[in-house]
Write a protein that binds this ligand. Sequence first.
Ligand SMILES: Cc1cc2nc3c(=O)[nH]c(=O)nc-3n(C[C@H](O)[C@H](O)[C@H](O)COP(=O)(O)O)c2cc1C
Length: 256
Amino acid sequence: MLPEISRSMLKNAAVLGLFAIVTVGAVTLLQQGTAERIQAAERAAQVRALGEILPAGSYDNHLLDDSMPMQDRLLGNKSPLPAYVAIKDGRPSAVILQAIAPDGYSGAIHLLVGIHADGRVAGVRVIGHRETPGLGDKIELAKSPWIRSFEGKSLSSPEAEGWAVKKDRGEFDQFAGATITPRAVVGAVHRALQYFDAHKAELLATSGETTGAVGDALESRTEPAGATVHSRAGSAATRDELQTNEPEAEPQGDQP
Ligand SMILES: Cc1cc2nc3c(=O)[nH]c(=O)nc-3n(C[C@H](O)[C@H](O)[C@H](O)COP(=O)(O)O)c2cc1C
């Protein structure tokens, strides 16, 4: 009798064990697939945004090749993220920084901030956020043109006090019933401009010398022919995804 019970228990344990293994395997596969899809969507949003910020013809290099890892309190990132340098006729014409606004309504808002060599904002796009649909998501170009209000602005225009939403006596509109999100984005873009201003010599260096660190993370850079900054960050997308002078992308949703 006892051996019979033991056999039955063993059988049940084996079935349960097998079930657990199959379930864990299935969940792991699902998680991997989802993570890959999210990564691909973020990469696609980033490539699209880069193409929107800098129009065709404003650079003649592969942006994704000419990137460097940046990390700084002013950019809001805790680990290095690539910054892209646009080069036209051998001269750096603009930089696209990745910036994070940590103080969105629902957490961090991820941005690309394009800045012309003269310090004017070329364009800003949101590449990731969790703000509320119908309220904070108006930071997406697909939902509202608000994000374009940064274009042409610089550290001196407006002056520091103007870099705030109107409710805080600044120049930028807030949204009806949603001040926290635009306030966070305005602050992050302002800080990205401050970062650019503090590091523009290194970011836009055209000499063939190794210039050392920018922020905490920039390693050495050599520019033998026409200010090429070699990517060391491991770009978020491959060079084929953003070809030189790719046609201007249709403005679509910025949300991955
Ligand atoms: C469910 C819910 C979701 C909200 N989502 C956002 C949002 O995404 N962005 C935002 O700025 N405010 C959002 N708000 C409104 C904020 O709580 C706040 O009232 C608004 O931003 C005005 O902020 P202020 O009083 O500091 O000007 C949300 C409110 C609720 C109740």
